[in-house]
Write a protein that binds this ligand. Structure first.
Ligand code: FES
Length: 157
């Protein structure tokens, strides 16, 4: 009888030790993961649209034509010896304008821009933005969305 009680007590002690170790291991592991996770908080992984992007090579754009780049909402104007970029964001509330023979028309509230991006009528408060354009080392045209230029500034090609 005392042998059975002794075995039961040893089993309970072993079980208790095992459960204690399991609980401390889980808590310790959770603590380490939480600490590692909190170290990344100052560096959030948020989507940032690049202010600079490549749109293609000069020869990709037909001369005397506005080419719309839908994923970037810009028009590339290639002329015989120059390249320019025009933002397609309407200056009223930011809808994407569409090009036509007269220039650009905003489908949201009807602002009309001429081919140089100036407002002809509608609620738009100012002209469309011309954006800085440079040439990358690999020959690609780079548009700088955060650098506005005047309408006569262009990249010579
Ligand atoms: S957003 Fe273009 S006219 Fe209102």
């Amino acid at each position: 009888m005392s042998e059975i009680i002794k075995n039961n007590t040893e089993d309970n002690l072993n079980r208790r030790k095992f459960l204690n170790r399991l609980v401390f291991s889980l808590l310790g592991g959770t603590g380490i993961l939480t600490l590692l996770g909190s170290l990344t908080l100052p560096f959030p992984r948020v989507f940032k649209e690049s202010f600079r992007f490549k749109v293609g090579r000069v020869i990709d754009f037909p001369v005397d034509t506005f080419t719309f780049i839908p994923e970037k909402n810009v028009f590339i104007l290639r002329q015989r010896k120059s390249i320019q970029a025009l933002s397609a964001a309407c200056t009223h509330l930011g809808c994407v304008v569409q090009s036509d023979r007269q220039g650009f028309l905003c489908p949201c509230h009807g602002s009309r821009y001429d081919r140089t991006g100036n407002v002809q009528y509608g609620p738009a408060p100012r002209a469309l933005d011309w954006l800085k354009v440079t040439l990358a080392a690999d020959g690609q045209i780079v548009v700088h969305r955060n650098q506005k230029v005047n309408s006569v500034e262009s990249l010579r090609v």
